[in-house]
Design a protein around this ligand. Structure first.
Ligand code: 13P
Ligand code: SF4
Length: 302
């Protein structure tokens, strides 16, 4: 089927079923184009929580759809591809958190939203890349166990020297792959550029950044920046979006194939199947939802 036909069918089904479509910025552009809202993971959680439609389709990875279900359990939450997981979320287990708690009984556990419902259930509060600093600062505890992203955790730790941050050895394979030499090469190729990076990148990469922020914050920075040439240190979806939005600026990726393979598993056909067959539905038990809800609710209310 031609993509124009698929698009029409998606829009028709979306209207018939009164479905809300939320897409992450790393989704392919043709999927972003059909969404009611394109969001970073914090905005996605907030919009899912406030959704009034009975069906919410999350075009993203599984932890995002699970968070939507936990925040708004009465809704039917669908994800087009159930195999679209986040490898970082799979790097930490509830047992790891329980062990760390035993080792540091006076610490609060801050859990990056890129984690399973079971891990959220044994954490004190969740955070996203855009809210992590505010959340860590808001906690009365001096000692913080930060799971699972060691890069985001170390980035936050550098900004709160008054706290002791205990890191876990998780990371995003897509962001962690970027090296300092990638940055130096890109800067040498584009000497009058600025460099904006996601905090999931390694410390030696972030050390060269003019701006560090979440996907939404990087977009905002690029839109407002006076610089004509911007090097982007996050997934290709942001680069493509900025190239469309800012045709008068030069937008480059810091490295070739900076792609999250799981985010790219969703295409128009998968979104159409999802709406047509109402699959795949996120199913969590009442107990799982209740256990994980507190830490997500705390994040959204802060
Ligand atoms: P954002 O919160 O910046 O959207 O990041 C989500 C993510 O998975 C980054 O890899
Ligand atoms: Fe997970 Fe990294 Fe993909 Fe984000 S970019 S969803 S952290 S694998």
């Amino acid at each position: 089927m031609a993509s124009a036909d698929i698009r029409d069918q998606i829009l028709q089904l979306k209207a018939e079923k009164n479905a809300l479509i939320l897409a992450h910025y790393y989704q392919p552009l043709e999927v972003q184009d059909l969404a009611d809202h394109v969001c970073d993971s914090f905005e996605m959680a907030k919009r899912a929580r406030e959704a009034v439609q009975q069906t919410v389709v999350i075009c993203g990875v599984v932890f995002m759809a699970e968070s939507a279900k936990i925040l708004n359990p009465g809704k039917k939450i669908l994800i087009p591809v159930m195999e679209a997981g986040c490898p970082m979320a799979e790097m930490v287990t509830p047992e790891d958190v329980i062990r760390l708690r035993k080792e540091h009984p006076d610490a609060a556990v801050v859990c990056y939203v890129n984690s399973s419902a079971a891990v959220k259930a044994v954490s004190d509060i969740c955070c996203t890349s855009s809210s992590a600093l505010k959340i860590v600062r808001s906690l009365p505890q001096k000692k913080i166990i930060f799971i699972p992203d060691k890069n985001l955790g170390a980035y936050i730790a550098r900004q709160v020297p008054e706290k002791e941050i205990i890191l876990f050895n998780g990371f995003c394979p897509t962001h962690n792959r970027i090296s300092e030499s990638d940055v130096l090469r890109a800067k040498a190729a584009h000497p009058d550029s600025v460099f904006a990076a996601h905090p999931e990148c390694r410390e030696e990469v972030l050390a060269h950044a003019d701006f560090i922020g979440s996907t939404a914050q990087i977009l905002d920075y690029a839109r407002k920046s006076e610089a004509k040439t911007i090097i982007i240190g996050t997934e290709q979806g942001i680069v493509e979006r900025l190239r469309c939005e800012l045709p008068n600026k030069n937008i480059y990726s810091v490295a070739a194939s900076f792609i999250c393979p799981n985010m790219k598993k969703t295409g128009l056909q998968e979104l159409l199947n999802c709406l047509e067959n109402e699959q795949w539905e996120i199913k969590l038990t009442d107990e799982e939802i209740a256990a994980a809800k507190q830490s997500l609710d705390r994040m959204v209310s802060i």
